[in-house]
Each structure stands twice: as C-alpha cells, then as structure tokens.
Design a protein around this ligand. Sequence first.
Ligand code: SF4
Length: 460
Amino acid sequence: MNEAPRQITLREWDDRYERLQTRGVRQPVYGGPLGRHVADGDTRLLKLRYDSSLAALRLWNFLLTEEDRLRAARDAGKKLVGTMKDLGTVPVMAYSLDNLVAFYPDGAWWIPCVMEVNSGLLQIADSLGIDESFCPVRAMLGAFVTGTHFPIPDLLTCSVGATCDDFSAIAQRLNGLGHPILWWEIPHRRAPEVEEEAVQLPGDFSAPKGQIEFVQSELERVKTALEDLAGQSLGAEALAGGIAKANHVRWLLAQLRHLAFTATLCPMPALEMLIAEMLAIHFCSDQDETIVVLQELLEEVNLRVAAGTGYSSADAARVFWVNPVADLQVMNFLEDCGGRICGTEYLFAHALDPIPQTVPPMEALAQIALADPMVGSAADRAVRIVAEVRRFGAEAVIVSRIPGASHCALEGEIIGEIVRQECGLPVLEIEVPPLTDAMSPTLRTRLEALVETVENRRSR
Ligand code: SF4
C-alpha cells in the first residue's frame, strides 16, 4: 500500500476497513474489522492507535484470533502443548512435528491490559494466594481456572532452575491445582572456568560445555514427551528442518528490526514492532501464517523506506527499550512524546537470535536456551544491551519495570549503571502497570523530559 503512514484509532480503522472491503481488498480467513474484538471484551483496543497499513491490520487480526486458532487446531485433531517460561525453545521442537501446536499460556500476562482488568483473572489469582506481589503473569492461573482464554493444553512443559521466583511459584500453584507439568531444568548461566571448555552462544554470551550438555539432556526429556504426545518420532533431520523454519522467522524479524530502528524516518510504530517481535516465541500458534504476516510487514516497511516516508521526524529521540510494557498504550506514548524505538530487549532476545545450524540440532537448541538473557546475571544482560545500543545508535535507554516482577527490583539499577558507564547515555526507569490511565500524565511528562534531555545533549 503506497499511502503515507499514519496512526489511526480503532474506529478509524473500522471505517477504513469498510472502504477497503468496497474496493474488494482481500483478507485472510481470520481477517475482519478490528472493532469486532472489542465485543470479546478487549476494550483496551479502543484506546490504542494503530499503523494504517494492511500489513498492520493483518498483524493485529492474527494476534487477536489466536484463541480461535487453538480451538480449531484441537478440533482438527492436533495436540496442544502449553510451553511455559523458556520463551522460544520448546516451540521450535513442537512445530517440527506436524500434529502439535505449541503456545505460551504465559501470554495471559497481557489479558489484564487488553481486557482492562475486567476479565476477573487477577481476582482468581488473588483467591489462590497469588496476589499483586507477583507479576501480571499471575493472570495465567485465572485463565486455567476459567478455561475461557485458551484451551487447556494436552501437555504442559515449564523450565525451572534459573527462572524468576514469580513464574516458579505460579507454575507450582498451577501444578497443585491438578495441571501436571513436565518440568525441565535450566541452570543459571555462568562464565566458564579457565580449565573448562567454553562455548560461544548466540547473543555473544558464553557458557561451559558441561552446561550445554546438561540442558541438552533436559531437552531430550522434553523431546520424548512431545514425541509420545504426537505419536511420531522427531529425528535430527526433521528437527533441523524445524530449526531452519524458525530461523526464517528470525531472519524476517532481523530485517524488520534493522529497518525500523535505523531508517531515517521510523517506518513502523513501536506498538506494531512489539507485537511482531512477540511472534518469534511461538509463532502465535501458526508458523506458516507468521511467516506471511512478517513478510507483509517487511514489504510495507521496505516500500516506506524506499519512498522516504515514516513517522514523526528524522530527529525523533532514539530510544532503546528494555522489558515489555504491561500496558500496550505506553508504546503509543513514546511516539506522542517525540521518541522512536531504536533497539529493544523484551526479555526474549534469544528468541530473535539465529539458532546455530552448524551443530547437531538438539545441541543447538540447548545453546539457544542458555542464551536466554534471563538465565544469566543482570550484568550479562546489560552487556548485551550496551552492544545493541551501539549497534542501533540509540541516544537513551528506558527500563520499564513490571509491577511485582522479582527481577525488576534491582536489574534497572545494574543495567542503568553499566549503560551510563559504557555509553554515557541517559537512562530512565519507569514502572508500567497493566493500566496506566491514572498515571499517564506523569508517565508522559517523564518521557517528554527524556526526549528533551536527548535534544539538549545533541546541541552541546
Ligand atoms: S517476573 Fe519477569 S520474567 Fe518472570 S514471568 Fe514475570 S515478566 Fe516474566
């Protein structure tokens, strides 16, 4: 579509959708006006602003129809695997088998935002002893109790060990509620000792070979469980094919991120880019369609970059964003305040790194699991952030804290200190709850102040 990009409301999208229909523009089977999702209770959609491209429409409709897709997969005889916490590793195995569909029940994290806390999920978590001292992922417990947000999976897996306390406690509670879980352990990633054989991981971390071997043995247990569920064996060739396909998704995202973060004018807003990045972790329950959705977004972005069109101005403050926001609306705020995203670390950077294809596939998956920024120290994570800040030429860093999240108590300070020391950039730490309405003036003021700081530093 060769129109100047602009951010529009849900109502504007619905009007636009009608006009597109009149012109005979074809939609995928899950397509339709975005406004229809509000009837499902997704009222936050009314407050967001969306990119005006057909590619963005497809992205949003794809995201918002995942539950239907999961139910359709079950009706078609496929088995559902709820993969918890590892963010991007076990689904690669599951999607290498043609009758499994994997998804992250953890995605319930965003339900309190999208349904504006009207879903009752947090109250259910409260009643089960998992109160607001835990991060919003506690909504997942409520979703399992009601069974109305995703079908109950046929198999549940969860990584433990170097996992945040929140998830550990919540998954244990889930297990206690009668949902059996296949636990697999991921150790805290540590630097190799002098006498140990070191392995360079994706994302430039390193780990002792012994840790890779241990994680591989744990993943072998998961693979056996997946094979039992699928009634098929997963050979090295099929798994290598699955890795190649996952890498294609990651490659598309790498192109998209590079253009979105480095083009003179930002060609795709922060909110759509966040959703696109999320597709990497479990392909929104349809890997083939994820590829199509990302290809369309990339085509749109390529067209915009070639035409020199995009958002805000060429001198928008270039911001690197750390952690996903519990309230999606805050991504809109950044652009309102004169910023743009130039680099992200949304807790799943390892799901964006290419999976090594030069080592046996199970070893490659062990490497990518250990490359998870959240299974090492916050200082390790900061080093990776510094490298990315430099790569994308960011001028400021925002660390958005997640309410209740155990890792957020101290990581902002550590990341902030290392970023300031290494890059000399301003770092802003903000807390973003699932609904920011009451505090949005304060949040906007802080974002504006950061943008002003960036502008002042340029004129020094
Ligand atoms: S505490 Fe952080 S890492 Fe753990 S589940 Fe919540 S958001 Fe994810």
